[in-house]
Design a binder for this molecule. Sequence first.
Ligand code: SAH
Length: 223
Amino acid sequence: MSDGAEDHPTSEELAERKMRFLFALRSRGVTDTRVLTAMEKIDRGLFVRNIFADRAYEDMPLPIACGQTISQPSVVGLMTQALQVSPRDTVLEVGTGSGYQAAILSQLARRVYTVDRYRRLVREAAELFRRLDLVNITAIPADGSHGLPDQAPFDRIIVTAAAEDPPGPLLEQLKPGGIMVVPVGQSDTVQALIKVTRTSRGFDYEELRPVRFVPLVEGMGSE
Ligand code: SAH
């Protein structure tokens, strides 16, 4: 690219891009100001590295390495909002992917653990977290369908890959009063985003909206 203007947008262009990005989030129901502030601060463009990088500010999912996807910003916003994270919370994310969702959570929680079955994705996300000085995120290569027993229990759990049912180990690793947000359903079909709240008597389930995520796969990935 020889055109410098394309590489370095002017501050006016940056401001307009940010305004459109936040407007799209609000118009799709992301209204929590703490969530919007976090999404204003964390630049999604840093988490999309390939030929799709120039679409990072559009409200669409995009391909990342290892055949995975970075979720649509409005879905990240709505899931984060549904999780009702407070500044004292310890959060587990299953499905690090690009690291974008974890970076948003790092602005709202005390501590974020994020796991992915692809070591490469964890390594690349951890490099970005260091660069951005997001010191309260710990990224670990692991099969998240077993949760993270050494760090459990968690105040909040977010799963960013679709399971056929909310995985039992994750339910067990949720504190009483804790909330888990998880897409449930077969891959390649429309799934339902579910909010699970652990009560003193058991679990309450609330269906939030239709979504489409890559599947939760057992075992470690090949890269
Ligand atoms: N939250 C990510 C997007 C996740 S895409 C972001 O903000 O970019 C879903 C991710 O879940 C993929 O990276 C995939 O490798 C991961 N995944 C699927 N099954 C998994 C499992 N059992 N344990 C951990 N990660 C898993």
